[in-house]
Design a binder for this molecule. Structure first.
Ligand code: ATP
Length: 217
């Protein structure tokens, strides 16, 4: 669904991604972990066509939806209006499945998105992406600002959509434990390069990954 080959992206003279290759197959859940400034947002922006590669290529097949990091909602519109904007081809605008998944949004449905907390906005962004019936979901920092219980609920939901519909996911996460737990494969991005990749079990068992990202010595 996503194929990134030898991707190099620069901001002027600064190289943010340097020969990055990664893939997400149909029905796969793949994680990308790495520290601040590693190039994760640059990769997302390139996948979405907002940045042009200096070298290499990116290809996406199937319906891709992005759950962006932070507050990329229409602030003057209500929660419900924001969710309906995500509807696939403007159809299937029934938002009730999203409220079943994220019950704490239901009482806020008529509140303007700009007046929500960061965590609430993050939930709306995920709900809006799910409204588009994606085949592949790119999630930028799912856990940021969310209560652990909410994150666990979202993770369960993604697992279920993956198992029942074959939803493919590229999960870009600072929380490596969550990422490795949810996804079957992962890549480690550091200073614009993929420095490790493999099954989540293998990466979690690697001393360097565990020390750097799982807080284990
Ligand atoms: P974070 O998790 O902190 O958001 P990240 O992994 O998403 O970090 P990027 O935002 O992709 O990292 O940044 C990668 C590198 O590119 C960093 O060194 C950053 O300073 C640099 N960079 C990002 N955006 C720009 C820009 N518009 N102009 C110049 N340099 C940039």
């Amino acid at each position: 669904m996503i194929d990134v080959e030898e991707l190099t992206v620069r901001y002027g003279a600064a190289t943010a991604l340097d020969g990055v290759s990664l893939s997400v197959g149909r029905g796969e859940m793949v994680a990308l972990i790495g520290p601040n400034g590693a190039g994760k947002s640059t990769l997302v922006n390139t996948l979405c066509g907002l940045l042009k590669p200096a070298a290499g290529r990116v290809s996406v097949s199937g319906r891709l939806a992005l759950v962006p990091e932070g507050r990329h909602l229409f602030a003057p519109l209500t929660v419900d209006e924001n969710l309906r904007l995500g509807a696939w081809r403007g159809r299937d605008r029934d938002t009730s499945p999203v409220y079943r998944l994220l019950p704490s949004l239901e009482p806020l449905r008529h509140r303007r998105a700009g007046r929500l907390s960061g965590g609430e906005q993050q939930m709306v962004a995920l709900g809006r992406a799910l409204m588009s019936r994606p085949e592949v979901l790119v999630i930028d920092e799912m856990s940021l600002g969310l209560a652990p219980l909410v994150v666990a609920g979202l993770a369960d939901h993604l697992r279920e959509r993956n198992a029942t519909e074959g939803l493919a996911v590229l999960l870009i996460e600072q929380n490596a434990r969550l990422a490795l737990d949810l996804c079957t494969r992962a890549y480690v991005l550091e200073a614009g390069r993929v420095t490790a990749s493999g099954t989540s079990a293998a990466l979690a068992g690697s001393d360097s990954v565990a020390a750097a990202y799982l807080g284990l010595e």
